[in-house]
Ligand binder design. Structure first.
Ligand code: G4P
Length: 278
């Protein structure tokens, strides 16, 4: 299957990011904990140079806990501040303000030397589509939604959410585009549902997922569906049998079984699975 990202989206997203980045001190970059590299666009390093950075491994609840820990160490080893979070439940959000202060300590120190006290850190949330940016802004900002708009020198219409006296968040997230250095990145994005399913052949995608799971998490499919290991196609047929996905004439409805498998995976019903490790 050929996975694609429409280039028009990319130019527009880059331009919007470039404008917003001028207004902020810190980029809070959301990635998907199940695939932190494939769900991030490294162009952000160039776009956000001279800015403080914090990476949030979101959807940590769906990812393998051991892999989450390994990824945290990996980012820390590169001098990048990082936290595991679940934007949906709010788990991990409490630690963010402290990390922001740490990530921005140089700016805060610079301000202090110039006699500027208590100027809040201004931050923006950024990430590729579907990593949970809106969910994060909603649960992180939560009740604190004292919006302050149209500050002098700030583009008209930009809204800031004042979280506390030391942190303000731009209320619209920066959208990065996924980066396809190789097709395996596209495949993983498709697994987690970050590609338009309409243009994908569900069956092929399901077979790719089965191949990955049989190799990396061999116990999960047999456990979930009460089936045995086999060729990828045999496993898909067995899932179809196990969940009674049949067409009118009684033959296996592999498309339905594929949709069911992908849905189970995306909602964490197969277990906590990471698609990449450092
Ligand atoms: P975006 O702005 O970056 O595009 O992402 P958005 O917040 O719309 O989130 C995309 C999907 O990811 C949503 O699911 C959202 O609920 C889910 N999500 C966000 N953060 C987390 C998390 O930490 N853990 C889990 N398990 N899911 C998360 P959806 O299917 O589009 O909607 P719904 O099922 O919540 O109704």
């Amino acid at each position: 299957m050929n996975y694609q990202w429409y280039p028009g989206h990319m130019t527009k997203a880059r331009r919007a990011m470039q404008e917003d980045i001028k207004l902020i001190d810190l980029i809070i970059e959301l990635v998907d904990a199940r695939m932190p590299l494939s769900s991030r666009n490294p162009d952000i390093d160039e776009l956000g140079k001279n800015k403080s950075r914090l990476v949030l491994l979101n959807k940590a609840d769906l990812a393998d806990p051991a892999a989450n820990r390994a990824w945290c160490s990996w980012f820390e080893a590169q001098g990048i501040y990082v936290l595991e979070i679940n934007a949906k439940s709010g788990a991990g959000l409490k630690a963010i303000s402290g990390k922001v202060q740490e990530a921005c300590k140089e700016k805060i120190e610079r301000d202090r030397k110039r006699g500027i006290l208590n100027r809040p850190v201004r931050a923006m949330v950024a990430g590729i589509p579907n990593v949970g940016k809106s969910t994060f802004i909603n649960s992180f900002a939560g009740k604190a939604v004292t919006k302050t708009g149209n500050k002098p020198g700030v583009t008209k219409g930009k809204q800031w959410i004042r979280l506390n006296k030391s942190l303000e968040l731009l209320d619209t997230p920066g959208i990065l585009w996924p980066k396809f250095d190789d097709q395996s990145v596209g495949m993983k994005l498709a697994f987690i549902g970050s590609m338009n399913d309409e243009i994908l052949v569900k069956e092929e995608l399901a077979l790719d997922l089965i191949a990955f799971l049989q190799k990396q998490y061999p116990a999960l499919l047999p456990e979930r569906y009460g089936i045995e290991a086999g060729s990828d196609l045999a496993v898909l047929e067995a899932i179809s049998d196990s969940r009674k996905c049949y067409k009118k004439g009684g033959e296996a409805d592999l498309e339905k079984a594929s949709a069911l498998l992908l849905d189970d995976f995306r909602n964490g019903r197969l277990g906590r699975i990471s698609l990449e490790r450092p």
